[in-house]
Design a protein around this ligand. Structure first.
Ligand code: ADP
Ligand code: MG
Length: 689
């Protein structure tokens, strides 16, 4: 039973005493299950050992040989070389290690040794340069003549010890591991069975079977995650008939006539996907993802109009008042011409105004309502809600998304986000939603010229800003990100404003915007900037999402190295929204090569999806997925960049399984149900990023 293995402490395993158990617990390995799931980080192929006469330069090679001589060289003051001469029955080769004098003690003449690494021709002879090695002792079937696993380790635990412990663990407990993927799927997908997969992932019998084993285990990780999503999705969708919104599309046609531009190809494609969902019997649950400025608001407008024409109400929720008002003002112009009644609901309405809007929502005197999370408060009662749209979804929790949907009877749900993440990651994060991607920007967009300057050149930056302001343009200054502290961030912003007001731009009007300000203060700051009453807006990352002020052309970001690439891209997206050439200036004195590389990437990459990928390569998925903290199963082996196909297969299998047995009541799904029961207790676990 898997559950039992998840509780069984590793000290029951041969070769693990209290001392070793302690070392293992440093690797977060406490139970038999933890150990079985402690997958190798790589493998060394010792199944194809070369003899010394077969070695060739510039290749990665592995040999088994005997130490024939050890010397220590000091060619220069700061260089120490440990050189070992190796011999087998075909010849001699040397191995050298630089500046690791402690190695020397281990190398004794006559000892058998494995050496793996790059071979180069130097000084007229072949040499292994800084190779990995392992001294070989006596009887051994784990460490030679096979593909050998290399594990994540900690000081005091050698590879050999870990291999031995895992091998005894496998021999004692493998036959107690249960299959949880239903046999039908295993057959269909030609998956390796679980026990074989576990054995092969640790001690592969061949390269092919290692691949099969890995595929199988990755499939299981993704299948479980997707199944949780499906179950949740269907639960949310229970009275399983959505509103069926069919009409001849006149309102939408009229709206498109009014627009001063044509839809982009990507907008047309995504609109077709949305429309199909709206016309369907089951409720839409769709995520629209599109880079900053790709024109998602128009898609929201189309969906709203389609809903209104079918006689239902639609609602659009945005994370800030600033953004809600912006959407309201933009859409009102069109909607009023079309005879569509639109209202705004935010926290800063007066009591009287609010009561009036609420009454109109309840009496169906409003067709469309735009607002903040004020929309999900209890007193809001819709007459006939057919569609809810969440803009900048990543700023809301799933709780809020769900509460929004509960304002109607199984309404259509559309969520939009500009957080550009790869498709595989999107499916993993938002596995309960269908996905549309707006993968094209409207024509004629100018690239935001992006520069990286050290802080010593700030004077130049300031004079450039001044020249732009002389042309009538406006400037954003974003202050350094302070992780986990709004307060410190606010202080930094306040300090920067004071400095700019007193010492740099005393003749300019400068506004301030940070997360610690009251809603009205924020609104005022935003409105003054929008109306051109202030020339400069100093802000924290609160301006990151959605804000659309086309007259702003310069985005200056202080200590830019502290931001993630995706975040820098969002900030950069605040400029370049009008006809004027725009600029993003990254100020940073970062010295680390990676930090510098990131900023250089920002200067030459404008595709948000590519930037997000770069970001993920640097920061890893764990953090972004946050699966563990949300109580979802961990992805230990899955690589979301390369395992896209397995993900899609796992997703299809999860949907099919659900259709066949929605409550997992069949005997063959018992193990699966038990496994999932841990995750399905609450709705909290379905939280997204
Ligand atoms: P985002 O996807 O970031 O929410 P918006 O919806 O705010 O982008 O659109 C950004 C700008 O692009 C808006 O000013 C909008 O009017 C404009 N826009 C949207 N679609 C098109 C189009 N097909 N052609 C030209 N401009 C467009
Ligand atoms: Mg938007």
């Amino acid at each position: 039973m898997e559950g039992d293995l998840g509780k069984k402490p590793i000290r029951f395993i041969k070769g693990v005493g209290p001392q070793r158990a302690k070392l293992f617990s440093r690797l977060k390995i406490n139970t038999v299950n933890d150990l079985l799931n402690h997958y190798p980080r790589k493998y060394i192929d010792r199944s194809k050992l070369k003899t010394i006469d077969q070695l060739s330069p510039n290749n990665l090679e592995t040999i088994f040989a005997f130490i024939s001589d050890v010397v220590e060289l000091k060619p220069k003051k700061n260089i120490r070389i440990t050189k070992v001469l190796l011999r087998d029955k075909t010849g001699l080769v040397s191995a050298v290690w630089f500046n690791q004098p402690y190695l020397q003690r281990q190398f004794k003449k006559g000892l058998p040794i494995f050496v793996s690494g790059k071979v180069e021709r130097r000084f007229g002879e072949l040499q292994f340069i800084n190779p990995e090695f392992e001294l070989f002792s006596g009887e051994d079937s784990l460490n030679i003549n096979r593909i050998v696993p290399v594990y994540p380790s900690t000081e005091g635990l050698s590879q050999k010890v870990i291999r031995n412990v895992i091998a005894s663990c496998l021999s004692e407990y493998l036959n107690k591991v249960d299959e949880i993927i239903p046999q039908k799927i295993i057959k269909q997908m030609r998956l390796m069975d679980k026990r074989t997969a576990l054995k092969e992932i640790h001690f592969p019998s061949s390269e092919e079977s290692l691949i099969m084993a890995r595929n199988r285990l990755v499939f299981e990780e993704l299948f479980l995650l997707q199944l949780i999503f499906v179950l949740q999705r269907k639960k949310q969708n229970l009275p399983s008939q959505g509103v069926c919104l069919k009409n001849d599309g006149q309102l939408v046609k009229d709206f498109l006539q009014l627009l001063p531009f044509e839809l982009t190809g990507a907008q047309k494609k995504v609109w077709a996907e949305i429309k199909k969902d709206l016309e369907d019997r089951s409720a839409m649950q769709r995520l629209v993802q599109g880079d900053v400025g790709s024109g998602k608001t128009i898609l929201a407008a189309l969906a709203l109009l389609h809903t209104v024409e079918s006689g239902y109400q639609g609602a659009l929720m945005a994370p800030t008042e600033i953004l809600s008002e912006q959407h309201y003002n933009e859409l009102k112009v069109y909607f009023e011409k079309l005879g569509v009644r639109v209202g705004l609901l935010t926290g800063s309405l007066s009591k009287k105004e609010k009561e009036m809007v609420l009454a109109k929502i309840a009496n169906a005197q409003l067709d469309v309502v735009i607002g903040t999370h004020a929309l999900i408060q209890e007193e809001v009662q819709f007459a006939r809600l057919g569609l809810v749209i969440t803009d900048e979804q990543h700023r809301f929790g799933v709780r809020q998304r769900t509460a929004f949907a509960e304002k109607g009877i199984n309404p259509n749900i559309l969520v939009m986000t500009a957080t550009p993440i790869p498709r595989t990651l999107a499916l993993t994060l938002y596995g309960d939603l269908d996905l549309s991607i707006v993968d094209e920007l409207p024509p004629g967009r100018q690239k935001v010229q992006t520069y990286w300057l050290p802080s010593s050149e700030k004077a130049r930056v300031f004079s450039f800003c001044e020249s732009e302001m002389k042309k009538g343009r406006q400037i954003y200054f974003v202050c350094p990100l302070v992780e986990e502290s709004d307060k410190l961030e606010a202080e930094a912003a306040t300090k920067l404003v004071d400095d700019l007001r007193q010492n740099v731009f005393p003749h300019r009007k400068i506004g301030l915007l940070h997360g610690k300000m009251k809603t009205e203060e924020k609104d005022l700051a935003m409105r003054s900037f929008k109306n051109g009453e202030t020339d400069i807006l100093v802000a924290t990352t609160v301006i990151e999402v959605g804000v659309n002020i086309p007259n702003a052309t310069v985005m200056v970001i202080e200590d830019a190295e502290r931001f993630g690439l995706a975040q820098l891209h969002q900030l950069r997206g605040r400029v370049g929204r009008g006809n004027h050439q725009s600029y993003c200036i990254l100020i940073s004195d970062v010295t680390s090569p990676e930090g510098q590389a990131r900023l250089r990437t920002m200067c030459k990459t404008f595709d948000g999806f590519r930037l997000a990928e770069e970001d993920l390569k640097i920061r890893g998925f764990g953090e972004l997925l946050g699966t563990r903290q949300h109580g979802l199963p961990d992805l230990k082996l899955t690589n979301l960049f390369s395992d896209g196909q397995i993900l899609e297969a796992a997703r299809r299998a999860a949907f099919a399984l659900f259709d066949a047995d929605p409550n997992l009541n069949k005997e063959e799904h018992k193990a699966l149900k038990e496994k999932l029961s841990n995750y399905l207790r609450s709705t909290e676990v379905y939280t997204t990023a």
